[in-house]
Design a protein around this ligand. Structure first.
Ligand SMILES: Cc1cc2nc3c(=O)[nH]c(=O)nc-3n(C[C@H](O)[C@H](O)[C@H](O)COP(=O)(O)OP(=O)(O)OC[C@H]3O[C@@H](n4cnc5c(N)ncnc54)[C@H](O)[C@@H]3O)c2cc1C
Length: 486
């Protein structure tokens, strides 16, 4: 039996197992083909000597992947709430994105869990209620209290750093890896869980080096482990609320009122999904109207008919992911074709998926429901006709706006609110009045010397994981140049 035939049989018995093929150079094409056919995780070239270099690291990596995802007998954190409560959703999303395992108890289906919640709240249940293995509980906690309780780092160890990075998306994490590995005292401060938008993606298929694609959660776990191993500190559940300059220092204010000081600052705050502004939507946000793919919620829509709003790659990926659970996923887009906004490989996947249907030139104009979403009104942009369709949930992906509210007016922004850097600060080869020094700004430097920007928050960039990672790592070279001047 060939290796591929063996693996074909083995996965019938152990579907969750990782699959590695040992192959000769001449059989590389067969190995690549089996990435799709049998979900091959890795192929090794013969010979695997020395195993310390060529075999064990690969197996170690796959085992830690498996360990991070394998269901184990449960005696950990329990989260009790309802599917429709936005605060339950926020807590689940934060735990999932921080790679903290938990068990979900839906109090609408589990009477024991309901009684437990009611007994805790003296008849006025607030959701969610969290039960910890040591017998302690938390009710509707804010993210920082929760992060403290589960042992995440929410405070910086030092008052002073060479480099403070705001935001732990791909740009911030890449900068942390390069900054720390090149000897800078580096801290990353993140207001939610690490990972950024990429961390919410069910599968990133176009990031170099992962032929099978990689989930946002896996990419984040690898990146945070790498950054910490190289010496960067990562503080989560702490929002930066203000940035100020007291030369030669750059000072940030954190959500708890404390301050951190550094020589240089990197804004890697990315963007957040634009909100859908239609009548009736507000009460349902986080409880049946989701921004992004809401990976932790998808399983609850098993066998239901749901809608995805938006036509860019994130919407396509979201639809592909959700179609593994929902019986029918309808993508609503305002344009007359997906080709203007979505990559061809995703369009092909969507066309090949029986339970995804695309409705062009359609937009949601109102949502309806009592305690939970029941239906949405959809307008046909060609005919103007409005029809109502029943659904328990919509997942919204309609563009992005930059996170810059912590900046004061001295950091120049584009008219759309993105951060201007380097060449954006000059017109016809001459620096604009916002730039005060004699030297030219470095490529990724903002109008405030020593404050840099990387990733999606920067004006004029391509908004992709690889681009954010490239910018985050490149920014460190300019930080070094700047540090020579202070
Ligand atoms: C669902 C989805 C799927 C995607 N799939 C792909 C894909 O397959 N391939 C691809 O190339 N790209 C994909 N993208 C785009 C890609 O994820 C982004 O381009 C990338 O994440 C940008 O990285 P970033 O670090 O610049 O910003 P972000 O990922 O947005 O990270 C910014 C971080 O900064 C934090 N932050 C913001 N303000 C503050 C503050 N005041 N204090 C502290 N922290 C703050 C945010 O919480 C966030 O974690 C996808 C995006 C989405 C939403």
């Amino acid at each position: 039996m060939s290796g591929v035939e063996f693996l074909e049989e083995a996965i019938k018995l152990y579907p969750e197992t990782k699959r590695v093929l040992l192959t000769a150079y001449a059989d590389t094409d067969a190995a690549i083909a089996s990435i799709n056919a049998i979900g091959l995780d890795y192929y090794l070239m013969k010979p695997w000597d020395p195993p310390e270099e060529r075999l064990y690291p690969v197996l170690d990596d796959l085992l830690s992947d498996w360990l991070a995802n394998v269901p184990v007998p449960y005696d950990g954190i329990r989260v009790a709430g309802t599917l429709w409560s936005a605060s339950s959703h926020n807590v689940k999303e934060f735990l999932a994105r921080s790679q903290i395992p938990y068990k979900w108890l839906d109090i609408e289906r589990d009477s024991e869990a309901r009684e437990l919640v009611e007994s805790m709240a003296q008849g006025r249940p607030r959701l969610p209620a969290l039960f910890f293995p040591d017998g302690s509980t938390l009710v509707d906690p804010d993210l920082r209290t929760l992060a403290d309780k589960v042992g995440l780092t929410t405070r910086a160890e030092q008052p002073f750093y060479d480099l403070i990075i705001i935001g732990a998306g791909p740009a911030g994490l890449a900068a942390a890896v390069y900054g720390a590995s090149e000897g800078l005292r580096t801290v990353v401060v993140e207001k939610e869980a690490a990972g950024g938008q990429a961390g919410t993606s069910a599968r990133i298929e176009n990031y170099l080096g992962f032929p099978k694609g990689i989930s946002g959660a896996d990419l984040t776990r690898r990146a945070t482990t790498q950054a910490k191993r190289l010496g960067a500190e990562i503080v989560t559940a702490q929002e930066i609320t203000g940035v100020r300059v007291e030369d030669p220092y750059r000072i940030v204010t954190l959500g708890d009122g404390s301050e951190l000081t550094s020589h240089a600052l990197l804004l890697a705050t990315g963007v957040k999904v634009r909100e859908l502004d239609v009548p009736g939507i507000e009460p349902f946000v986080g409880g049946s109207v989701y921004y992004g793919a809401a990976v932790s919620e998808a399983v609850h829509y098993q066998g239901r008919e749901i809608f995805v709003i938006g036509g860019a790659n994130s919407a396509g990926q979201g639809a592909m992911f959700l179609s593994r659970f929902a019986s029918q996923v309808t993508i609503l887009i305002r344009a007359d074709s997906l080709h203007k906004s979505m990559s061809q490989y995703l369009i092909e996947q969507i066309v090949g998926r029986d339970n995804i249907n695309v409705q062009l030139e359609s937009e949601v104009v109102e949502v309806h429901g009592d305690n939970r979403l029941e239906s949405i009104s959809i307008r046909d942009r060609k005919s103007g006709e409005i029809r109502e369709e029943s659904t328990p949930a919509i997942f919204v992906f309609i563009g992005a706006k930059p996170h810059t509210s912590m900046l004061k007016e001295d950091v120049s922004l584009s008219s759309a609110g993105f951060v201007l850097t380097g060449p954006d600060l000059s017109a016809n080869g001459t620096q604009t009045s916002e730039w005060k020094l004699k030297r030219e700004p470095y490529l990724m430097e903002t109008s405030v010397p020593g404050v840099f920007a990387a990733g999606d928050v920067r004006h004029g960039v391509i908004r992709r994981v690889a681009s954010a990672v490239g910018q985050g790592s490149t920014a460190i070279s300019f930080v070094h140049e700047y540090l020579k001047t202070v």
